[in-house]
Design a protein around this ligand. Structure first.
Ligand code: IPE
Ligand code: IPE
Ligand code: MG
Length: 245
């Protein structure tokens, strides 16, 4: 499938980057090597998404549940994140990438928090594509935080007045479109507490390919699959045709 076959390009693609450990185990390598290989492919994919006209790419890098992993694996993942921010930032910024980190960063070490802040501010005026990295992110955390923030800015109001639109504006993804296409690599078919609210109407694409093998060709395959979906948003097929013009 070539790029010209992709007639409908999603605005927002989100990816659960899974299968690093199994990729490594299949090669008799330590799990951490899977994470290293997985992180090394991100830059090319981001640039490919930008070329294809995707406005936002959100990557699940570390979940609120991933703290349950062995200490050395958690350290490797944190180290890779720091390394990524140091080594890839310049290239990403030159390519017009705006970096946004979503998740509870308060739990990270000050060094990492400071690098996240710097990376976000250096790239904040870039407009070609938004790369949203979900780190210590949980979909349930996001919704609860949004409610707290709404209450903080509306101290006198009752939650009875809370609307979907108001809540969306306080999620970590405020200002970004809802997810059109959710991709999960690694063969599992679950959400694992990713963008629960934002994926309410996403198309779901599951592939057996492990994340370190998910290259630009695999991305184009997923986008080709997406282009063949009919999104109905609750309407009938007939209505959907009219809606799409
Ligand atoms: C995804 O790969 C990376 C993170 C969760 C950070 P995994 O490490 O979950 O790989 P598998 O699922 O064990 O193969
Ligand atoms: C989801 O993968 C989290 C990330 C990709 C960061 P996991 O490998 O942690 O998910 P489960 O535990 O298999 O559901
Ligand atoms: Mg996994």
């Amino acid at each position: 499938m070539s790029v010209k076959d992709i007639s409908k390009v999603p605005q927002h693609v989100a990816i659960i980057m899974d299968g690093n450990g199994r990729w490594a185990q299949q090669r008799h390598l330590p799990r951490n090597m899977g994470h290293v290989k997985g992180a090394s492919g991100v830059r090319v994919l981001v640039e490919r998404c930008a070329e294809l006209g995707i406005e936002c790419l959100t990557l699940f890098a570390f979940s609120t549940e991933n703290w349950r992993r062995p200490d050395d694996e958690v350290s490797t993942l944190m180290g890779l994140f720091v390394h990524y921010l140091e080594k890839e930032l310049r290239g990403l910024s030159d390519a017009g990438v705006r970096l946004k980190v979503i998740g509870d960063v308060a739990r990270f070490k000050p060094e990492l928090r400071q690098k996240i802040e710097a990376a976000q501010s250096v790239t904040e005026n870039n407009t070609r594509i938004t790369l949203c990295v979900a780190a210590n992110y949980g979909g349930r955390w996001d919704v609860v935080e949004a409610i707290k923030r709404w209450q903080a800015v509306n101290p006198g109001e009752s939650v009875a007045d809370l609307t979907e639109a108001a809540l969306s504006g306080h999620l970590s993804t405020a200002g970004l479109p809802d997810v059109d296409l959710l991709v999960r690599t690694g063969g599992e078919q679950r959400i694992s507490n990713f963008l629960l609210w934002q994926c309410a109407y996403s198309e779901l694409y599951f592939t057996q390919t492990h994340w370190p093998d998910f290259d630009a060709e695999e991305l184009v395959k997923a986008l080709g699959w997406y282009a063949r979906r009919t999104r109905r948003f609750g309407m009938t097929s007939e209505q959907t045709k009219e809606f799409a013009g």
